[in-house]
Design a protein around this ligand. Sequence first.
Ligand SMILES: [Zn+2]
Length: 242
Amino acid sequence: MDLTVLGCATPYPRPGQPCSGYLVSESDTHLVLDCGSGTFAALQTHLAPGQVTALWISHLHPDHSADLLAWSNWALNTQNAPRIPVYGPPGWARRLDQMLTDDSALVDGIFEVHELRDHHTVAHGPLTLTARVVEHSVPGFGVRVESPTARLAYSGDTEPCPALVDLARDVDLFVCEAGTASPSRFHTTREQAVHTAIAAGAKQLLLTHLASALDPDALTTAPGLATTVAEPGWQWSSGQRG
Ligand SMILES: [Zn+2]
C-alpha cells in the first residue's frame, strides 16, 4: 500500500500548498481520501483523474471537500468519464448539486453516490474501508483502510475520541490532523495525536493539517513512535516502514 500527500493546508490553500487530500494506492486501486481546495490539480502530477477508482470524503468543510466541484467539472467535460464511487457524509450529493446546477440529479449521473454512517464498511478492490463517526463541528468521519499488505487510518478533522483510537488500532500509518495549537473542541493538538497513536499501538504517525500557529519544524516525538510532519508530495509505502 502506498500513500501520497496531495495537500495538507488549513483552512485555505496557498501557493504550492493544497488543502487536505491523500492518494492511497494498492496495485490498480487508487483511492483519494478528501479533496480539499487545490488537490485536484495536485493529483494530476501523480495520476490521471480517470485512474482514480474512488473518493472518500471525511466532512464537508471546504478544505476537505471543495474540489468535488473540480471533479464534477472534469466528469462533465470528459468523454466516457468513469462514474467514480464517492463515499461522503449524508447529504453530500445534494449539497454539490446545489453548487453545480438546479438539476437535482446531476451528481447522481456523474458519480456513484454513497453516504457514510458509523461503522460503514465497504470492500473496494483489495482495500477494506471502515468509517467511524468522529467529533467535529459538522458531521465527520475518520477511516481505516486495510489491505492484505498494510493498514492505515486517517482522522479527518476531530478532537480526540475513542473512535479515533479504534480506527488507528495497530495500523502501520496513522494520518492524524493537528489542527489546533492548544486543546480545544473539534480539533487535535500534536501532543494529543501522539497520545492517540501510542494508545492505539500505531507504528508510524503522520501529523497533518497543522494549525498555522504551529512550527512544522518543532516536531513532537515519543520514544518508539516514528513521527513525521506532512507536506505535499510526501510518500509512504508499506514496504518501507519507519
Ligand atoms: Zn473541518
